[in-house]
Design a protein around this ligand. Structure first.
Ligand code: IPE
Ligand code: IPE
Ligand code: MG
Length: 264
């Protein structure tokens, strides 16, 4: 597996365990890309790739739980994906519906709280209802928060928060000096969750495709050539180990970080 341009060799399972223990990301976000190419490479229709992708979702959810990650955010459908052929969009909606129906019991049993982020008002009504009931059923779970980004766009998220605040200013509920970074934060999706520590993109491309922007301002990025349906538990653990092996500086110097760590 070729992962991350900066490290060509894999970590051993012992190294992975050691690194993950040292620094587990609280919030991991994944751009699950490459389903279509995975299917096409096998001469199958693209939709087979989306179906195979569901298995990979199951694997990362259970691995995230095992690793003690608090929030896992998966990019399932972007605000730009409506541009795909109608047939593919319809199939994706159907798949979303059946997967929700099928998986919710197991998610609930495993203590996973499901949270859909994105503008779901454009989805078929029965899907919207299904989402509401799945969220309500799992609302009190605390093992892992699983955010599924559906009709999500990073710009949309920032805009909807800004619009809510603008309306509050307009109605006199707050004044414009209260329109601060913190106030905007409070109106974004996932406002009560840690910011994204690690953002992974499978499928070989190096872009964010309008996924989480604001909340990923200081995320570590890991890109892998592995196509989403092939992204297995080992691949996921490797990316988390890459995260843990990096020095996050948040604007400070490396020396400052080292002396802070020495004082701990
Ligand atoms: C990602 O896989 C899943 C969705 C966008 C729904 P793609 O469908 O984009 O797969 P590729 O990139 O065409 O291989
Ligand atoms: C990003 O993948 C969206 C999801 C994974 C849901 P795309 O395949 O849509 O991204 P682009 O179009 O290649 O940037
Ligand atoms: Mg793609």
């Amino acid at each position: 597996m070729s992962i991350d341009s900066q490290s060509s060799s894999e970590f051993t399972p012992e190294e992975v365990a050691e690194l993950v223990k040292l620094s587990t990301p609280k919030h991991v976000a994944i751009i699950m890309d490459g389903n279509g190419r995975w299917a096409q490479a096998q001469g199958k229709p693209r939709v087979m790739g989306h179906r195979a992708g569901v298995k990979a979702v199951r694997r990362v959810v259970s691995t995230a739980r095992e690793m003690g990650i608090d929030s896992l955010t998966l990019f399932a459908f972007s605000s730009e994906n409506w541009r795909r052929p109608d047939k593919e969009v319809t199939l994706l909606m159907e798949l979303f519906f059946t997967v929700l129906q099928r998986e919710i019991k197991l998610l609930h049993k495993n203590g996973v709280r499901l949270n859909i982020i994105g503008d779901i008002s454009r989805f078929p009504e029965r899907l919207q209802k299904q989402i509401a009931s799945a969220e309500a059923k799992t609302a009190d779970n605390s093992e892992l928060i699983l955010n599924v980004a559906a009709n999500y766009g990073g710009r949309w998220d920032i805009m909807q928060a800004a619009q809510t605040l603008a309306k509050k200013v307009e109605s006199g509920e707050m004044n414009s000096s209260q329109f601060t970074e913190e106030a905007l934060n409070e109106h974004l999706c996932m406002q009560n969750q840690p910011e994204v520590d690690l953002m992974i993109r499978t499928g070989g491309d190096f872009r964010i495709s309008n996924f989480i922007l604001w909340q990923a301002a200081y995320a570590e990025l890991v890109f892998t050539d592995t196509l989403w349906p092939d992204f297995d538990e080992n691949a996921f653990r490797q990316t988390v180990a890459i995260f843990a092996s990096r020095q996050r500086r948040f604007g400070l110097t490396g020396c400052q970080i080292e002396s802070m760590q020495a004082q701990k």
